[in-house]
Design a protein around this ligand. Structure first.
Ligand code: FE2
Length: 206
């Protein structure tokens, strides 16, 4: 059976630098009737576990360490008996939520995660955070971008550990080089495509 993509939207808060904001997050489930990866299981571990059903979760893949994306990742992983993986460059963000611990494993640029006959390749795209990572699934014609690229442009870079020139360089070098028809499945809000975002990114490069 070939892989498919399921999306859940969950609601909660995002906190950083002393502020807290209400947010809706996209949770992505990629796999088939037997096995899946879950990208960024935010806010509602029980609802996401219900969506997974009885399927095996090969791992929880985190796009980055911001608290809206990770605060319930440990609870969810326990429910479905899966490891949590993250790029260790976001360890300081992880420790804000889970002091004195690490995720169960690391994600590095070029790592390949295989599920249901399809592959997710990790693309390290720093800028929104140092460890921000996208997951490219060429057979599915999509890339999961977390908070690196949204419908409308780059993710936020106004708070700690973020950098605008770095995120623009990541997007231009690693995402705008994907096939133009590639669907961009984001961490918040609607999906978009590489082609639709290309003019805005070109302008941001100056
Ligand atoms: Fe974020």
């Amino acid at each position: 059976m070939s892989a498919r993509i399921e999306r859940l939207i969950t609601s909660g808060t995002f906190s950083l630098d002393g502020g807290t904001w209400d947010v809706d997050n996209n949770v992505w489930i990629v796999g088939d009737d037997a096995e899946v990866y879950v990208i960024d299981p935010a806010h509602d571990a029980a609802a996401i576990a219900a969506a997974v059903g009885g399927r095996a979760v090969k791992a929880v893949l985190l796009t980055h360490g911001h608290d809206d994306h990770i605060r319930y990742a440990r609870d969810f992983a326990t429910l479905v008996n899966a490891p949590v993986l993250m790029n260790p460059a976001d360890q300081m963000l992880w420790e804000d939520i889970f002091p004195g611990t690490t995720p169960d494993g690391t994600i590095a640029d070029g790592d390949v995660f295989e599920v249901a006959g399809t592959q997710l390749t990790a693309l390290h795209t720093p800028g929104h955070s140092p460890g921000s990572t996208c997951f490219h699934a060429p057979e599915l014609g999509t890339v999961f971008t977390g908070d690196t690229l949204f419908n409308g442009g780059p993710g936020a870079t106004g708070r700690s550990y973020s950098d605008f020139p770095t995120i623009v360089a990541s997007i231009a070098g690693r995402l705008m080089t994907l096939p133009p028809e590639t669907v961009v499945n984001t961490g918040h809000g609607d999906s978009t495509t590489v082609a639709a975002e290309a003019p805005g990114i070109a302008a941001a490069q100056g």
